[in-house]
Design a protein around this ligand. Structure first.
Ligand code: SAH
Length: 365
């Protein structure tokens, strides 16, 4: 490859080769020009990749053979190799283990629901946030994923859906949740670039609706504020797990940097700008955070805020002594929140049998 101007991050150790999905539309045209091709060749590649979900240059027969191989090698390197996939729920939930170019492993989970299809993607290999109840958090952070590696998880899911590989037949990917491995806002620039690729209208991007994309965070306050200023109308989810700082300091260690009130204020700022409510995620952990007084305190804090609570029954992780709360306790917790006028749902435990549910992604080979 000829030397290119640094139109994106300088190569980082372990980071994959440059990919079409790392680049904005104009950067793709520049990259084509650098290789001696007219801009419309970049547009053709985009149409194949984002609109037709084709990532094999050999299939792009409307390009001359030389362009196919040269542009393919320069802009469509293979980023993800499937190691295996596991299915459950009659094939409507599918977890895929991917190997990245440097051997790093990550997972994503594709789920079909009535009326929508959602992929849960990883933004980092491992995670540095060290939440003690989460399997991913136990291994630490291995590396950030590139924008291309994130987008390719979504493109692969869209391909699976379109080819009818999921139980229920041919479908269309509609939703993306950044709830796989990693803390998306700790890989901020690459995640924001990925969001643009997902929402840019086809064929420049995948053309997904902004509100159908959820970014879930432990509550990195400066990054939430920055995301607010991006003007993206994606959905924000905040992993709270406790209404009081004393407990949250232990469940979500980054709380010692930005506490509950600061996190909620930052989320309020996001909701004020987008006009849409944010989600509070709350894993129900037996005898740890499921007390009636905590439901009451949380309800009091959220009253009048543009927030919705999503309770997640704790999913088992290896070596943990913790359990999910009993259903009766969960019901009391829901009632406690509702008494304050707070809207609450309980998330299902999709994929639990294949270690594909929230907090279970560990990507062991
Ligand atoms: N780092 C981001 C996104 C990844 S996790 C975040 O923390 O928000 C997606 C959700 O699953 C988070 O709310 C996380 O706290 C939750 N989670 C982690 N481990 C879990 C477990 N064992 N059971 C249930 N939910 C869990």
């Amino acid at each position: 490859m000829t030397s290119l101007p640094l139109i994106f991050d300088a190569p980082k150790r372990g980071m994959p080769p440059r990919h079409l999905a790392d680049l904005s539309e104009s950067e793709r045209r520049e990259a084509a020009a650098e290789l001696g091709y007219p801009a419309f060749r970049a547009d053709q590649l985009s149409r194949h990749y984002f609109a037709r979900l084709e990532n094999d240059p050999a299939q792009m027969t409307d390009l001359p053979a030389a362009a196919r191989s040269e542009l393919g090698a320069a802009l469509l390197p293979s980023l993800l190799t499937e190691v295996r996939h596991l299915e459950t729920d009659a094939g409507t939930t599918r977890k895929t283990l991917w190997k990245l170019h440097d051997g790093t492993l990550v997972e994503s989970v594709l789920m079909r629901y009535p009326g929508r299809m959602t992929v849960c993607v990883s933004s980092q290999a491992g995670c540095g946030m060290a939440c003690p109840f989460c399997a991913t958090g136990q291994g630490g952070l291995k590396r950030n994923l590139s924008t291309g590696e994130i987008v390719e998880q979504v493109a692969a899911a869209a391909r699976s859906a379109a080819r009818g590989e999921l139980g229920g037949g041919v479908g269309r990917l509609s939703n993306v949740v950044f709830m796989g491995m990693g803390e998306p806002l700790a890989n901020y620039n690459r995640v924001v670039a990925a969001l643009h690729r997902l929402i840019d209208p086809s064929p420049a991007g995948l053309g997904l609706a902004q509100r159908s994309i959820t970014v879930s965070t432990v509550g990195l306050v400066p990054a939430i504020r920055k995301l607010t200023d991006e003007g993206l109308n994606v959905t924000l989810a905040v992993s709270l797990h406790a209404p009081d700082d004393e407990l949250r300091n232990t469940l979500v260690p980054v709380n010692t940097r930005w506490n509950v009130e600061e996190v909620l204020e930052a989320a309020d700022g996001f909701a004020d700008r987008t006009g849409r409510r944010y989600s509070i995620e709350y894993a129900m952990i037996r005898d740890v955070n499921d007390h009636a007084w905590r439901a009451d305190l949380l309800g009091e804090m959220l009253r009048g805020r543009l927030a919705h609570v999503n309770l997640i029954p704790l999913n088992p992780t290896p070596g943990s002594q913790w359990d999910a709360s009993p259903k009766s306790v969960e019901r009391e917790f829901v009632r406690g929140l509702e008494q304050h006028g707070v809207s609450v749902t309980v998330r299902d435990t999709r994929g639990r049998e294949i270690d594909g549910a929230c907090g279970q992604l560990a990507a062991s080979g």
